[in-house]
Design a protein around this ligand. Structure first.
Ligand SMILES: [Zn+2]
Ligand SMILES: [Zn+2]
Length: 235
């Protein structure tokens, strides 16, 4: 079986991943991947926004560590990316980030459904109990759809993130997926509990919703709506 490449990987700089990019690359070569990509959580304009992303002054270090992985493993394609939070009002910052390095791709992701609540943060689990789950899912998809149409990202991450703590409140998930697919962006998501490489593809051309079959592909090429994620901790 040809394993799919993985373009959604973090580094220790986000404080919830372990292993240097070169270590990941060595393992990717060992298990027969032909490409990987790093997409650690991007810094915010102001440090201290939360505790699960690199500081701005660590961005060069991050890029350097990915370039090192590329040099250490010349037989492997190693792409340089970022997972960038889409929060309305942050567009200029995201454009600025793009100008700082020769990125291969940006993954647009939504964790924040308000300026202060990252809904997958276990430390803020109690916030779910004060909210109507349907409203939360609705805001999530509105933001994700906006991100997909913003032109700021090559792909979109984990469209199913609000299900993390089992607060399911969206009766029209398939409709929302259709809206996202209409934006013609591949969607990155994950299957919990799979330790190495997991791919859940949501086809840009299907109306059936998530496709559970593993496939390889390049999510940075918008014509190939493939997707996956291996990070064991935060998405
Ligand atoms: Zn994420
Ligand atoms: Zn992630």
């Amino acid at each position: 079986m040809v394993l799919p490449c993985d373009y959604h990987m973090h580094t220790p700089l986000c404080l919830h991943a372990t292993g240097e990019p070169s270590d990941y690359a060595a393992y990717a070569v060992k298990i027969g991947l032909n490409a990987i990509g790093f997409s650690d959580h991007s810094p915010m304009a102001k440090d201290g926004f939360d505790d699960w992303r690199m500081r701005l002054d660590q961005l060069d270090e991050y890029v350097g560590s990915v370039i090192k992985a590329r040099k250490d493993h010349p037989s492997l394609i190693v792409k340089l990316g970022l997972e960038v939070d889409y929060i309305p009002g942050h567009e200029d910052w995201i454009k600025h980030l793009r100008s700082l390095h020769p990125w291969d791709y940006f993954i647009g992701s939504v964790h924040y459904v308000s300026d202060v609540w990252d809904l997958d943060n276990p430390k803020k689990l109690s916030e779910w109990k004060t909210r109507d789950a349907y409203d939360v899912w609705k805001i999530y998809f509105e933001r994700l759809t906006k991100a997909a149409g913003s032109g700021l990202f090559e792909t979109i991450a984990h469209a199913d993130l609000p299900k993390k703590f089992n607060f399911v409140g969206c009766p029209s998930l398939s409709d929302q997926m259709r809206m996202l697919r209409a934006k013609s962006l591949p969607i990155l998501t994950r299957r919990s509990g799979l330790p190495v490489v997991a791919v859940m593809q949501i086809s840009a051309h299907s109306t059936k919703g998530p496709d559970p079959h593993c496939r390889s592909g390049d999510p940075t090429n918008q014509k190939l709506p493939a997707h996956h994620d291996i990070q064991p901790f935060r998405q």
